[in-house]
Design a protein around this ligand. Structure first.
Ligand SMILES: Nc1ncnc2c1ncn2[C@@H]1O[C@H](COP(=O)(O)OP(=O)(O)OP(=O)(O)O)[C@@H](O)[C@H]1O
Ligand SMILES: [Cu+]
Ligand SMILES: [Mg+2]
Length: 651
């Protein structure tokens, strides 16, 4: 809206000087009064739209902490008031004033600064959707048990100590402890663990998680802002409310710059008035020129424009950067942690070997394993089921299925216990695996994931599953090493398999056999005096993605991972990790150049505007040329930011 009025105003005020046509009726020579009046009419709405600058600017000026807005307010008010004086003089018949109006300077300054604020708001606004989604997770009401009666109440009426009832299919309203009944609960929205967890009396439940099958009663222990969900929302809010560190530099510089400029403007006007023995109009012109050329609108554009172009360029290339903060931090990354399954590998494992023992046939081993895995959502389980289906094996009924995260599964067939998983699982159930340990080690050394199968307390075989490594993984890791970034791998898989895969892609640091709930902790440990990024795709990576300084999710990954990450790689290509870092470098370099251009014009222009050159017989900068030079610094900043568009990303 400001531009709608500012652009015609600029045309009317300046156009005729470069030979552009003006209607006869507002010609400055023949109709000076209408020439001045139309400009006054056009500038008023712009001042109205920009009233915030005056309110904030003068307020902080009178409080003794002048900021950027004070400079804008002072410069534009001075230009406006002087022009108003000129307009009145024109009305009174003094025509020399008509060609010395600075309404357009005031309007253009206000418009450009508003544009800068708009860019800033756009680059900030994109992230708040995440919070809205989180808030939607919480149910609106709860069922309270009072005197054998069940009453529905609003969520905010729930108090610590209340006994609440949760129906199957409902969300658990607040955090608490089960007092009656048991059920299977889906906590993926909070913990990131995809497998539903079985909970019984005295087990803790988390608000916003989902009761899958049986109704139960629990005692509320945490309500309102204390719940786990409220804490997560607060974390995200805090992250988004924080300013990008580089913006703070601009603030710090301006806290010195602004008072200096105001002092210089007043001082130079006074000096000309007293020592130079000039008219007060001349002195006022000097003061306005200094205020106008020092106007920091280019400074306000420097950061937001570069961030807009940088994030836009990323988006065009399949790299979604969710905040300016993430864009800025990425270039400082010292360590990158990759998840194995689905990140370095394709995440579509297939069964490669079946080695049996104790006289069992391989088809029977596969059939038992697949029957057991039918209830599992784990990719390893799906691989086993797929393989059995390929061989047209008929699967058996199982009951009491239980998933043990990070270890495997336990279930029953014909009342006999079947266990399938890693050595930890077998050890905890006292199954002797000695006869197949060497087979397992051999498979693991080949980069395959071996799983032991025990039936009725006897080890009956090993099923090995292999996942193909993504074609770009090794190249991407090489590119990161070239940038002097330490690369590590984080996985729940066993040490030997993890080492074998790491070797193939060139990773030297391996953190293996990490339980899903410990992934975030491992990242935290690495963060001790290092800037750490985490790249992952799974639900179990979500907490680690949030913990890392920069969380990078693979686009084909789960929604939860994508929500928790700061950067999303749409193309699933790991080369984009180094591209994102390069983009971060390029953007910050661009911001620094912008800051240079923003300050260069001001700093060079100020002495000229003060009339220093005139002392040596040089030209004097009048407010209009000061305004033009000032706008030119904004234009150079915009052009420089657009230059970033040409930045090439590696394929
Ligand atoms: N459904 C299952 N069937 C058999 N074994 C399982 C199952 N779930 C887990 N395991 C065993 O537990 C180990 C750890 O599983 P987890 O899900 O933590 O990590 P992962 O999927 O192997 O690797 P990553 O952490 O890279 O995704 C697996 O390597 C496997 O040996
Ligand atoms: Cu400006
Ligand atoms: Mg996994």
């Amino acid at each position: 809206m400001s531009a709608v009025f500012a652009i015609p105003l600029l045309y009317i005020a300046m156009g005729h000087m470069v030979g552009l046509p003006l209607p006869e009726m507002i010609d400055p020579m023949s109709h000076p009064v209408s020439f001045a009046t139309i400009q006054l009419i056009l500038v008023l709405p712009v001042i109205y739209f920009g009233r915030e600058f005056f309110i904030v600017g003068f307020k902080s000026l009178f409080k003794g902490h002048p900021n950027m807005d004070s400079l804008v307010a002072l410069g534009t008010s001075a230009a406006f008031l002087y022009s108003l004086y000129g307009t009145i003089m024109t009305y009174l018949g003094n025509n020399t004033f008509a060609t010395n109006l600075y309404y357009e300077s005031a309007a253009v300054i206000l418009t450009l600064i508003t544009l800068g604020k708009y860019f800033e708001a756009v680059s900030k606004g994109k992230t708040s959707d995440a919070i809205k989604k989180l808030m939607k997770l919480a149910p609106k009401t709860a069922f309270i048990v009072k005197n054998e009666e069940i009453i529905e109440i609003n969520l905010d009426e729930v108090q610590v100590g209340d006994i609440l009832m949760v129906r199957p299919g409902d969300k658990i309203p607040v955090d608490g402890i089960i007092v009656e009944g048991s059920s299977s609960i889906d906590e993926s929205m909070i913990t990131g663990e995809s497998m539903p967890v079985d909970k019984k009396v005295n087990d803790k439940v988390v608000g916003a998680s989902l009761n899958k099958n049986v109704s139960f009663k629990f005692k509320a222990t945490k309500v309102g802002s204390d719940t786990a969900l409220a804490q997560i929302i607060k974390l995200v809010e805090d992250a988004q409310g924080s300013k990008a560190p580089i913006a703070k530099i601009a603030d710090q510089v301006s806290s010195v710059f602004v008072p200096v400029v105001i002092t210089l403007a007043l001082l130079s006007g006074l000096l000309w008035l007293i020592l130079g023995q000039q008219s007060w109009i001349f002195a006022l012109t000097i003061t306005i020129s200094v205020l106008v050329i020092a106007c920091p609108c280019a400074l306000g554009l420097a950061t937001p424009t570069a961030i807009m172009v940088g994030t836009g360029l990323g988006a065009e290339n399949g790299i979604l950067i969710k905040s300016g903060d993430a864009l800025e931090t990425s270039r400082k990354i010292q360590t990158i942690v990759f998840d194995k399954t689905g990140t370095i590998t394709e995440g579509k494992p297939v069964v490669t070997d079946i080695i049996t023992s104790n006289g069992y046939k391989s088809d029977l081993v596969l059939q038992l394993a697949a029957s057991a895995e039918l209830g599992s959502e784990h990719p390893l389980g799906e691989a086993i089921v797929d393989s059995a289906k390929d061989k047209n094996l008929t699967l058996q009924n199982t009951n009491e299925f239980k998933a043990i995260p990070g270890q495997g599964i336990e279930t029953k067939i014909d009342d006999k216990t079947l266990l399938l998983g890693n050595d930890k699982l077998m050890l905890s159930k006292n199954i002797n695996i000695d006869i197949q340990k060497s087979d397992s080690d051999k498979l693991a050394d080949e980069g395959k994931t071996p799983m032991y199968l025990s039936f009725d307390n006897t080890l009956i075989g090993i099923i090995a599953v292999a996942d193909t490594i993504k074609p770009s993984s090794a190249k991407a890791i090489k590119a990161l090493h070239k940038m002097d970034i330490e690369v590590a791998m984080l996985t729940g898989d066993n040490e030997k398999t993890a080492n074998a895969i790491a070797k193939q892609v060139g990773i030297d640091r391996v953190l293996s056999e990490v339980l899903p709930e410990d992934k975030a902790n491992e990242v935290k440990k690495l963060q001790n005096n290092k800037i750490v990024a985490m790249v992952g795709d799974g639900i179990n990576d979500a907490p680690a993605l949030a913990q890392a300084d920069v969380g990078i999710a693979i686009g084909s990954g789960t929604d939860v991972a994508i929500e928790s990450a700061d950067v999303v790689l749409i193309k699933n290509d790991l080369m984009d990790v180094s591209n994102a870092i390069k983009l971060s470098h390029a953007t910050i370099r661009n911001i620094k150049q912008n800051l240079f251009w923003a300050f260069a014009y001001n700093t060079l222009g100020i002495p000229v505007a003060m009339g220093v050159l005139t002392l040596f017989g040089g030209p004097l900068l009048n407010p209009m040329i000061a305004g033009a030079a000032m706008s030119f610094s904004s234009v150079s900043v915009l052009l420089n930011a657009l230059r970033l568009k040409g930045f090439k990303l590696a394929k």
